[in-house]
Each structure stands twice: as C-alpha cells, then as structure tokens.
Design a protein around this ligand. Sequence first.
Ligand code: URA
Length: 209
Amino acid sequence: MGKLVVLNHPLIQHKLTMIRDYRTGTKAFRELVDEVATLMAFEITRDLALKEVEVETPVAKAKAYEIAGKKMGIIPILRAGLGMVNGVLQLIPAAKVGHVGLYRDPKTLKPVEYYVKLPADISERDLIVVDPMLATGGSAAAAITSLKQRGGVNIKLMCLIAAPEGVKAVQNEHPDVDIYLAALDEKLNEHGYIVPGLGDAGDRLFGTK
Ligand code: URA
C-alpha cells in the first residue's frame, strides 16, 4: 500500500486554518493555497535522489550534491487543481505541467474525461497529481488511471484536505500511489462536501458560485 502522509508542519497547518475560514476572500484564499502548495512540495520532494558532484567555491573544490536528474511533471485535475500549480512550480520551476479534466456523468455518476494534455515523456517523469479536495476519490482515481494508461508509472497525489472515503477509494484502485495531505477530515456530507473541509475549492479559488 502507498504511503498516506499528513503534513503537520506548523506553517502548513496555520495557513490551512486561514484557508478553511469562510471569511477568507478570493485573493487571500488563492495566495494561501499557493503558499501551502509550495510548502507541501518541499515535503513531497524530500526523497528525491541526489548524486555527488564536485563544485569549485571561491576557496576550494568541494564535494557536493545535486538532484540526480529525474524529471518531474505536475498534473492538476481541472479546475481546482490549477490553484496548486504555481505553488509547486516555485520550487520545481523546470517541471512540465499536464492537465486532466473530468466531469461526472449525471446518469452513471462516473467520472468522464473531457480533456487530457500531457508532456510526451510522462513515463520518464515523477508525476505529482494535484487537487485541493479528495472527496469521493472518483476524480483522482480516474485521473491516475488516465496517466497510467498513457505511460505514467511514478505517481504521487497531493491534496489539501481529504475525506476518509476518498483516501480509501484511491488506495483501493491505486495501491502504488503515495498520498500527501495537509489534513484528513471527518467525513463527506450528503452533498459530497468534505466536513468540515473548506467549501467548494474551485469556487473559492476563482470567485464563482
Ligand atoms: N470538492 C470541493 O471543492 N469541496 C468539497 O468539500 C468536496 C469536493
């Protein structure tokens, strides 16, 4: 089973509380999601492989380290996942960004892809799928399946808040995928919202209703 990691760094938790607050407006909400995504990216990249290199300082030659050259891809699930992209790019500016768009078929209630555009070499990249809310897990699991069908192999999922139902769904379908969260909340309500959650992440990011 993949890892389930709740990132309880004080800065992440403090900013998440501000994100949850219903009084936080669109501008601050967007900035805070950006900041938390950066902080989460710091933690999620903790296990990147390093290689030893030599560097010449003004004083002497030194043995030093650099990232071993694995390429990265960030995959936001449309629409709310877009809110986490720039925060991750702050730390991994050379990452490529792919997009997966899904909607829920009103009859079957199953997620249906309406847009997929990915870097050509996704099989050679470490992929981070980003979506602020892991609710039922339907979209995240479908997005990950979509990546795997196109050659994606090394996939992590990064969300701000999850419901236990969503974690279970992704773990069942994709036991190879590590999940990183800022919080694991209590449950889903009858409307599919995470409780206590933060409301509709897409609407709060983009100022829609
Ligand atoms: N999507 C959201 O934006 N919020 C939720 O609580 C659940 C799904």
